[in-house]
Design a protein around this ligand. Structure first.
Ligand SMILES: N[C@@H](CCC(=O)N[C@@H](CS)C(=O)NCC(=O)O)C(=O)O
Length: 222
């Protein structure tokens, strides 16, 4: 029975699932859910994920949601092209890098993106500045890892790259907005300030199947 993925355009969590499926060369039925039409909250979706969020993966009768759980499931079920390494040590380090990102970067990144997109920068500069400082510190940590290695962990693309890449791409896209002009200069140009991250982004964009994972509504606006 075919794998099926329900996902949303521009959702960094959905992007993780798409990257894993493409990198593992798995065939799947793609269901692009329209947030504007509240399709993620349809009775069918709520039955699969009562939280009404994407991504959701279905494999036969088995349903799994939460992007990290999807990555773990796919790797255990379809181990041929691994994303959690090939040794216990690699798996430990990949999981550690993911946990560090989730613990120390993700909330600050989300705060920054939310402020630029929805809240507005004016009147919130203090908290934005704080979030930005955390994001810059974590970006430095990532930059240092990538300065001596092509991928975040070990010699191959892994779940660590998959988890972190979409958040960074989303931030870069949001920084292009006029409202983010003052913040932009703190991080960009990426090539000059974070050259290893810029090269890593290029490597991921060159992976086979990458184009199929790129948020379709981002293409429309380019
Ligand atoms: N922790 C979840 C987060 C999933 C999530 O928040 N998805 C968003 C899209 S980026 C969503 O479906 N939002 C719909 C809503 O909140 O109504 C994961 O890793 O999969």
């Amino acid at each position: 029975m075919a794998l099926e993925l329900w996902w949303g355009s521009g959702s960094p969590y959905s992007w993780r699932a798409l990257l894993a499926l493409e990198y593992k060369r798995l065939s799947y039925v793609s269901h692009l859910v329209q947030f504007a039409k509240q399709e993620h909250r349809s009775p069918q979706m709520l039955q699969m994920n009562p939280r009404g969020r994407v991504p959701v993966l279905k494999d036969g009768d088995y349903v799994v949601f939460e992007s990290l759980a999807i990555l773990r499931y796919l790797d255990r079920k379809y181990p041929e092209i691994p994303i959690f390494g090939t040794s216990a040590e690699e798996e430990g380090t990949i999981t550690r890098v993911i946990c560090e990102y989730q613990s120390y970067a993700e909330d600050h990144l989300a705060k920054l993106i939310y402020a630029i997109l929805f809240q507005g920068i004016e009147g919130h500069m203090e908290e934005i500045e704080r979030a930005l400082n955390f994001v810059i510190a974590e970006a430095r940590t990532i930059e240092n890892r990538l300065a001596s290695s092509s991928w975040l962990v070990g010699e191959a693309f892994s779940a660590a790259d998959i988890v972190i890449f979409p958040g960074i791409k989303q931030l870069l896209r949001v920084l292009e907005r006029r409202e983010a002009e003052d913040l932009r200069a703190r991080l960009l140009p990426l090539d000059a300030n974070f050259p290893a991250i810029a090269a890593w982004i290029g490597r991921i964009e060159a992976l086979p199947g990458y184009d199929k994972t790129y948020p379709p509504h981002w293409k429309e606006k380019e």
